[in-house]
Ligand binder design. Sequence first.
Ligand SMILES: NC(=O)c1ccc[n+]([C@@H]2O[C@H](COP(=O)([O-])OP(=O)(O)OC[C@H]3O[C@@H](n4cnc5c(N)ncnc54)[C@H](OP(=O)(O)O)[C@@H]3O)[C@@H](O)[C@H]2O)c1
Length: 245
Amino acid sequence: MIENVIVTGGSRGLGLGIARKLVDAGYRVVAVARRESEELACAIRQTEKAGKGSLVFESFDLENTRDIADLVKRLRKDLGPIYGLVNNAGLGTSGVLATMRDSEIQRLVQLNTVSPIILTKSVVRSMMARGGGRIVNVASIVGATGYRGLSVYSATKAAMVGFTRSLAREVGPLGINVNAVAPGFLETDMTESLGERHREQIARRSALRRLVGTDDVGDAVEFLLGKKSRNITGTVLTVDAGNTA
Ligand SMILES: NC(=O)c1ccc[n+]([C@@H]2O[C@H](COP(=O)([O-])OP(=O)(O)OC[C@H]3O[C@@H](n4cnc5c(N)ncnc54)[C@H](OP(=O)(O)O)[C@@H]3O)[C@@H](O)[C@H]2O)c1
């Protein structure tokens, strides 16, 4: 039976990288985002030809938390039980706290923390009924290390780590594994404003002297969804080329 996995923010950047890996591994991936990007449309066409797993797009604004339960109900009805959830969608708004608008702070907390928690609540109910499942939350190394100009973003990511550990304890007895990945700097739309000098500096300061790619994080997520990680739960897997080593 083909297993269904929801990947939020699966239209581009890291989410699309994760979605591609999971399709190659034979899953049916539901990429949730507001808009279907060109890259995603192209990936969907490629997977139709390749015939391994499959990739479908679901348009949804995750800030709209009131409709999340209906979204999950609809996906279950259309596709069947949900095996995996990857909470990846997020905003990377940076700014000095003292001058940040309250509305920006609220939006960051909403999309990076509140929405994935509410989505997980709906999905975990379906996993409980099925007697198992896998949840992977996308955190970030800055949630543990801190970074100037990213205090609110870091708070949302640290919150997801606390959520991961506690939920793992709560749903472990029901056969559901909950883990997080903490990527280092990745070249995506979120980080496009960082200059070349900054990228080189990050690579230089990493133990392996290089940057991490979305593929590397995709491999880690695939591992956390697969059979080989059946006894891993409540952990954070750091994928940062040794930036925080
Ligand atoms: N880039 C990095 O260096 C880095 C490092 C560590 C961790 N991370 C984490 O990795 C995750 C992905 O980051 P990224 O760099 O790939 O970001 P990105 O390139 O900006 O992509 C964000 C994704 O989230 C979706 N999204 C944004 N707002 C949404 C909403 N309201 N409802 C539904 N989907 C929404 C976007 O699609 P639409 O705009 O079409 O909705 C897009 O698919 C985030 O959680 C981020 O914090 C990133």
